[in-house]
Unconditional design. Structure first.
Length: 167
């Protein structure tokens, strides 16, 4: 059986983390949370402005070390909210510092109706990794926690990942 680590960054309502925890429950994988050294503002609008600035200017915020080492795993599932049509800057920071050569990447993103090119960007950032079983989960467009992707689709995806790990 392949050994999987789920690496996730989540902000606001924790939507991306909720999906990561569903995947963890189904697969029994380990979970590591990306956390920025300097927290984003608690105010949603200020964070949106800061996130846009970081994305547009290629800023990679400093992140705290993970409590798990991706080198110890065969499969790395990475979850990110979609910020300005791409992955969150903190996730870009993770990829910039992670050697995923020879690993399998399972990219998943959450969005408010605008998935953009986040999954494509994630695959590109995971240099040396093979990518499979991608997933995009849609939540309401107001920044809320109401999931619009059918729960059955999430269940089907987590089951496919579980079977992949057993193959």
């Amino acid at each position: 059986m392949k050994k999987m680590l789920i690496v996730v960054y989540s902000w606001s309502n924790g939507n991306t983390r909720k999906i990561a925890e569903l995947l963890q429950k189904k697969t029994g994988a380990d979970l590591a949370v990306i956390d920025t050294v300097k927290p984003y503002p608690s105010d949603y609008d200020r964070t949106v402005m800061q996130g846009q600035y970081e994305v547009e200017n290629g800023i990679l915020p400093e992140i705290k070390p993970l409590d798990r080492d991706p080198a110890d795993y065969d499969v790395i599932a990475v979850g990110s909210p979609t910020w300005w049509y791409t992955i969150a800057p903190a996730v870009k920071t993770f990829f910039a510092g992670a050697d995923l050569t020879g690993k399998t990447l399972i990219p998943f993103t959450t969005n408010g109706g605008w998935p953009g090119h986040a999954v494509k960007d994630m695959k590109k950032a995971a240099k040396g990794a093979e990518s499979t079983l991608e997933m995009q989960v849609r939540f309401d467009s107001t920044g809320g926690a109401r999931m619009e992707t059918k729960p059955e689709a999430i269940e089907e995806w987590t089951e496919r990942v579980r079977k992949y790990l057993e193959s």
